[in-house]
Design a protein around this ligand. Structure first.
Ligand SMILES: [Zn+2]
Length: 123
């Protein structure tokens, strides 16, 4: 792969990383001990309300929490793949398929720069 394309993909990965982190930060917090692990914030009980209105509100929040979990999981996974790709760029091992060890098609990397395996292995 030529240097120019590698730089371009690196920038793309870094930009995407920022966007993903921002998105994650809007509803989750990063686990300080486990790098790259995010936890969706469970809405805190404010204790201000009582009765059925409060119960309803709590139920809504639980529902919101369970909706956010799979989103968080997907964002986190994508972020991990991006970190991995950036790590490979640093080591000079970027663009190789993790399964067969062959070069991943540049066309694929342009669309999906965090790809870890080639199209053949994906099938
Ligand atoms: Zn492969």
């Amino acid at each position: 792969m030529n240097k120019k394309l590698l730089q371009k993909l690196k920038r793309k990965l870094e930009q995407e990383k920022e966007v993903l982190r921002k998105e994650l930060r809007s509803f989750a917090k990063e686990d300080k001990k486990l790098k790259g692990d995010w936890d969706t914030r469970f809405p805190k009980w404010d204790g201000g309300e009582v009765g059925s209105a409060a119960l309803e509100k709590a139920a809504d929040e639980v529902e919101e929490y369970s909706t956010l979990l799979p989103i968080e999981y997907n964002l986190e996974l994508k972020l991990k793949n991006i970190d991995l790709a950036l790590e490979k760029i640093k080591k000079g091992a970027y663009g190789m398929c993790e399964k067969c060890g062959r070069k991943i098609d540049e066309k694929r990397l342009k669309i999906y720069p965090e790809a870890r395996i080639c199209l053949k292995c994906k099938k």
